[in-house]
Design a protein around this ligand. Structure first.
Ligand code: NDP
Ligand code: GUE
Length: 286
């Protein structure tokens, strides 16, 4: 079978949206409002560090105020909660993120609940999660939104399609499921207890992989002509950044695939910046 490989080029989609977003930031600055984003990073998780570095770069490019608050692993839960309270009350900060995962001695649930849902640009606060499933959400998880924006850019039809998601995290798997369902996909969420994962995954017209295992998904998991979205931020045996999908193994059978790097990562940042700008627009309009 002859197959024309097409890449879901997240970098290209991101560059196109940057032009529109920079214009919105300029309009806000004319009204004396500068969008503000703060990020709390505890310790130095590798995927988090990549995310922080690229967010800073993109915020600076777009003219968004970016503030990194970097704590050592030894920070106490109370110190972290105090910082969150301060950001909740800081009028120059439109939105902020607490990078996950957090060290074991900190209760992630408690931290997320402390974030003012109006400033929760990750869309992780319980109120925003609830709204994601019932409609009219205030903020949305950036990775899932970024994936949907990318599929939209490439005119990938979702209605009635079989979407299989591998991974059920609150950051990626579950919000992707909610958004795909809202677009009328038939959604299957799989995880480490799923039996016959390859057979289930082979039903997917659109396969979304977010497990954090380098090159785990090879062509035995992928149907011919499937669309494959690789969320993983892993490292191969040479320490090089790679995804959860073995790109070279599947590239000849898929119809569309997002690479790592240059796929979902840049789209996550696009979706995040879009959300920060939107909150600042809300502030400017009173
Ligand atoms: N590009 C981006 O924008 C982003 C990238 N990432 C990256 O995506 C990956 C996943 O992140 P995240 O969702 O936070 O990960 P988590 O570790 O929170 O969750 C991983 C999920 O994958 C499942 N899983 C793990 N191994 C297997 C397996 N062998 N077979 C089936 N299911 C499996 C787990 O199952 P169970 O629940 O049963 O344990 C769990 O549901 C990471 O590499 C991360 O760095 C994350 C966020 C954003
Ligand atoms: N509260 C919280 N929300 C998150 O959304 C969140 C998090 N914590 N913790 C960590 C993961 C990981 N994540 C990434 C986003 C973009 C890139 C990214 O920019 N990737 C580039 C990397 C390119 C490079 O610089 O080498 C790419 O794929 O092209 C990476 C990783 C968000 N996460």
């Amino acid at each position: 079978m002859v197959n024309k490989l097409e890449i879901l080029d997240g970098k290209k989609v991101a560059d196109a949206s940057d032009k529109k977003m920079a214009k919105r930031v300029a309009d806000l600055k004319n009204q004396n409002v500068t969008p503000g984003l703060a990020v709390i990073l505890v310790g130095d998780n590798s995927a988090s560090s990549i995310y922080v570095r690229n967010k800073k770069r993109r915020a600076e490019k777009l003219g968004i105020n970016f503030q990194l608050i970097h704590f050592d692993d030894s920070i106490t839960e109370n110190e972290l909660l105090e910082k969150i309270e301060q950001l909740n009350n800081d009028e120059t900060v439109d939105g902020f993120i607490v990078q996950l995962p957090l060290p074991d001695h900190i209760d992630e649930e408690k931290v997320i609940q402390a974030i003012d849902s109006k400033k929760d640009v990750d869309g992780f606060a319980p109120k925003n999660v609830g709204n994601l499933w019932t409609g009219e959400p205030h903020t949305l998880p950036a990775t899932a939104s970024g994936i949907m924006m990318m599929l939209d850019f490439y005119n990938v039809d979702i209605d009635g399609k079989n979407v299989v998601i591998i991974g059920r995290s609150n950051i990626v798997g579950k919000p992707v499921a909610a958004m795909m369902l809202a677009k009328n996909a038939t959604v299957t969420i799989t995880h480490s207890h799923t039996k016959n994962l390859a057979d289930v995954a082979k039903n997917a017209d659109i396969l979304v992989v977010a497990i954090g295992q380098a090159k785990f998904i090879n062509k035995s998991f992928v149907k011919d002509d499937a669309v494959v979205i690789d969320v993983g931020m892993d490292h191969d045996e040479n320490g090089k950044l790679c995804g959860d999908v073995d790109f070279d193994d599947v590239k000849d059978i898929v119809s569309l695939i997002s690479p790592v790097p240059g796929g979902v990562g840049p789209m996550t940042i696009t979706a995040l910046m879009d959300q920060v700008i939107e909150l600042a627009e809300g502030r400017a309009n009173g």
